[in-house]
Design a protein. Structure first.
Lengths: 584, 250
């Protein structure tokens, strides 16, 4: 969207959005004949005020206009620029769009509600116009009103400074430069999935807070916290209410219920008038948490935003969103809970990380929740830069199953090796359905076939990310239809399968890092009816990742035991450093 | 630190090895255009109607429309490099709507190599102009970017001074008849001295009915241009006449 450079009655230089049919603000006296991109206008204004503070005596509209024309002349474009006067009573185009007073106020209030704390592109604003059933020009005008009142600002989407370019939405500095009608322009390559941003277009940044002030909220937890959870919850509250560290890490065991631990602190924050964000990298995690939040906070408006929600603009002081949607917020949240920080696509994405930090207000608190912290997160915790909170025990007070290693023959491939995997699977099947993880999609079909052949009469199937029948199969799996189910890492997180046993085929494959292994092991023993279970790593060698994964799990158990959060049972598995069980 | 090392190793690799380019249209190896994409989108063995650029059967010179006098009259020949579908369509979309005009540079070599074999050499190249407002919004005119790539590769001069005086609605949603009507009188030649007695290539990114090219050509003829050859990256397939075209699979 382009802007007109305008001159008001009080000699103030200003901008006005270029939209056909939009009527001029009544205080505008003259305007520059061609609309320009915001970045150019900001450059002009910068040059206008640089080193000319002694202009007070000779400030007249004519000098200002001439100086602006001279500055634009330096750019040597092909455009013919002159100053035009706004004639009284007339408007920019015949048949202007005018808002009658009451529609204007009503629309303004509604608009305001929906854009609190947000950072929106023109396409997003168009989307809002559609949802509110208003004309696009009306929305732009309302947006500009807010900017004029100082409650919001227009920002060029990709800004240039002395060192180079930076996308204002995702912080990416690696942009694609190209020569445009207005000199060099740049397109951001990172955040294209939610809309293309270039240095020629703008973002609307709202400065208002999501909440007006302290609110009365009804918090009805449906879940009595276990001892372990209660402890952790207190630490979380301490961190949120305290002032020392800005970021914290809640390192929980798989299936320990880390999300519910944060609910009391979220409730406290809302009563204080602080806005809360629950963020997660993937939609399925969001869809999993949404009903739990809504149940514990009945009658409170929670915004649930993912790539596929039909209503993109919602109202509420608590937001549950994917990390991509968080790019549409700016300095809006006092408290952010970031779940699964080590999962795709958040992990390793500079843009999403930057976006999350930008969504935090000054003086806000950011808590990462995970069972498998990233390397950077752990390091920061060890160095004392961020607070570390532990939640090492599951609610049923049983220890985490420790994986055991069984050495397999050469190259673990279906049909190649004999017996070892078959014996393992058979033995695991004795205790419950078996979930077999494989490192690559190409392994699935041969393994399913091979297992079916060996165990005639068993119900065996497999799935992967691109499988169209995935949803159905996962449902069947949850209902216990299969004897053996072969899968890639899609099932490593988030899913609870009662009584499941896990075997990882080819556990030393580079695709399985320590985090994936911990998560896979974490599928076992999540329910109180089946708190135990076995996890077997089948591979030729022990990779460093396998060692670390087992160390982490054992450390959680040790910690839990120390704190008296689990029963001192005899541990099921043997550690890798100890006895190595050989298959025959 | 890691980023710095990556940049240094990338730069030193460029010194020692020629980077293997991936296909611009589908991302496979063997760029800039891989053989699969060449077969699917560029179809060099099929002929185009000499008047309007639509695909015709190999033994024919003109399509049915043009033979019966309904084709463009002001252009001497119209041709297009490929079909506006699949990977090529996505490529053009990325350039235009996702603001990556630099991508044209990736295909400028194969495109210009092909163009100079298809059309006679001319005095200059003219890009179909965009209206000021649209140009201001988008920041660039994709036809101009293509023309500039051709100029860079082949040395043919770019002729300025043709403007789109009025902005009308995009051609995309109009029928053939509406398209022809939509374009009446909107192009103007501001600097006729470049055009008298010259021959030109007229460049646009996509052509469907040839109506836009025809409208510009009309105004060029009025200013004394002797020969006009229309050249586009891709030719669209008109839904109505699709039945009369050669099917793309044998």
């Amino acid at each position: 969207m382009l802007f007109f450079l305008t001159l008001k009655q009080d000699y103030e230089v200003n901008i006005f959005p270029f939209q056909e049919k939009l009527k001029w603000d009544s205080r505008v006296v003259s305007y520059l004949s061609e609309p320009l991109p915001l970045a150019i206008i900001q450059l002009v204004l910068e040059r206008l005020t640089k080193g000319h503070t002694c202009l007070f005596g000779e400030k007249s509209p004519k000098t200002i206009k001439n100086r602006i024309l001279k500055i634009l002349d330096d750019f040597s474009w092909d455009i013919d620029l002159t100053w035009k006067e706004v004639s009284k009573g007339a408007s920019f185009l015949e048949d202007p769009l005018d808002l009658s007073e009451d529609i204007g106020n009503e629309a303004g209030k509604v608009f305001n509600q929906f854009v609190l704390g947000r950072q929106l592109s023109i396409d997003d604003l168009r989307g809002l116009a559609r949802e509110l059933r208003l004309k696009e020009e009306v929305i732009i005008k309302l947006a500009h009103f807010k900017v004029e009142r100082g409650c919001a600002e227009w920002v060029p989407s990709v800004k240039q400074n002395e060192k180079g370019w930076q996308c204002q939405r995702c912080g990416e500095k690696d942009v694609e430069e190209w020569p445009s009608y207005y000199g060099v322009a740049a397109t951001c390559r990172s955040c294209q999935s939610i809309g293309v941003r270039t240095s020629l277009n703008v973002l609307y940044r709202d400065k208002c807070s999501l909440l007006d002030g302290p609110t009365e909220i009804l918090f009805e937890p449906h879940w009595t916290l276990t001892e372990a959870q209660r402890l952790a919850s207190e630490h979380v509250a301490e961190f949120i209410k305290g002032t020392s560290k800005e970021a914290g890490l809640l390192w929980a065991a798989c299936g320990a219920g880390k999300t519910e631990v944060c609910f009391p602190s979220a409730a406290w924050a809302l009563t204080q008038g602080k806005s809360v964000l629950f963020a997660a990298p993937r939609q399925d995690v969001i869809n999993d948490i949404a009903p739990r939040l809504q149940r514990d906070f009945p009658n409170y408006q929670i915004q649930v935003l993912t790539g596929t929600t039909s209503v993109k603009f919602q109202v509420g002081g608590m937001v549950l969103a994917t990390t991509h949607q968080v790019l549409r917020f700016w300095r809006s949240f006092d408290v952010i809970f970031m779940d699964e920080m080590d999962a795709f696509p958040y992990h390793g994405s500079r843009a999403l990380e930057w976006g999350l930090k930008q969504a935090l207000r000054q003086g806000g608190k950011l808590l990462y929740l995970t069972a498998t912290p990233s390397y950077e997160g752990l390091k920061a915790a060890q160095q004392g830069k961020i607070s570390l909170i532990r939640l090492p025990a599951r609610h049923h007070r049983n220890p985490l199953p420790v994986p055991i290693w069984i050495r397999s023959g050469n190259l673990l491939e279906a049909n190649r090796s004999i017996g070892i995997w078959a014996k393992t699977i058979e033995s695991l099947r004795g205790q419950g359905s078996v979930l077999a993880f494989v490192p690559k999609i190409s392994w699935i079909a041969p393994w399913v076939k091979c297992i079916k052949q060996r165990f005639a009469g068993w119900c065996v199937d497999g799935s992967y990310s691109g499988d169209p029948g995935r949803g159905m199969k996962i449902k069947n799996l949850q209902q216990g239809h299969y004897d053996v189910f072969v899968s890639t890492t899609i099932l490593e997180r988030g899913i609870t399968l009662p009584g499941i046993q896990v075997v990882v085929l080819g556990a030393d494959h580079p695709v399985f890092d320590e985090r994936a292994l911990v998560q896979m092991a974490g599928r076992v023993g999540r329910t109180p009816e089946n708190p135990g279970g076995r996890v077997v790593f089948l591979s030729k060698q022990i990779s460093p990742a396998m060692k670390t994964a087992v160390q982490w799990i054992e450390e959680q158990n040790r910690r839990a035991l120390e704190l008296g959060l689990i029963e001192p049972l005899e541990k099921e598995g043997r550690s890798i450093e100890g006895v190595v069980e050989r298959g025959i | 630190m890691k980023g710095l090392w990556r940049e240094v190793s990338k730069a030193s690799r460029k010194l020692w090895y020629t980077e293997k380019q991936s296909c611009v249209l589908c991302g496979a190896e063997h760029g800039p255009i891989c053989i699969t994409c060449r077969t699917n989108y560029l179809r060099p063995e099929l002929r185009r109607c000499r008047k309007c650029g639509k695909l015709v059967q190999p033994e024919k010179q003109y399509c049915l429309d043009c033979s019966s006098g309904r084709g463009p009259k002001q252009l001497d020949q119209v041709t297009a490099w490929g079909h506006y579908s699949g990977g090529l369509k996505e490529f053009i979309h990325t350039v235009k709507f996702k603001a990556h005009p630099r991508l044209i540079g990736e295909i400028s070599r194969p495109f210009s190599d092909w163009a100079i074999r298809q059309l006679p050499a001319v005095d200059g190249i003219v890009a179909v102009p965009m209206h000021r407002t649209r140009l201001a919004e988008r920041g660039f005119n994709q036809a101009e970017v293509i023309a500039s790539a051709l100029h860079w590769e082949l040395g043919l001069p770019i002729l300025p001074g043709v403007e789109r005086a009025e902005s009308r609605s995009s051609q995309v949603f109009l029928s053939r008849k509406e398209r022809l009507h939509n374009l009446k009188g909107i192009f103007v030649v501001r600097q006729p001295e470049y055009y008298r007695d010259r021959s030109v290539w007229l460049i646009d990114d996509v052509t469907t009915t040839g109506a836009t090219l025809e409208a510009v050509a009309e105004v060029l003829r009025e200013n004394g241009v002797k020969a006009i050859y229309g050249l586009c990256l891709a030719a669209g397939l008109e839904k109505v006449t699709e039945k009369r075209l050669v099917p793309l699979c044998d």
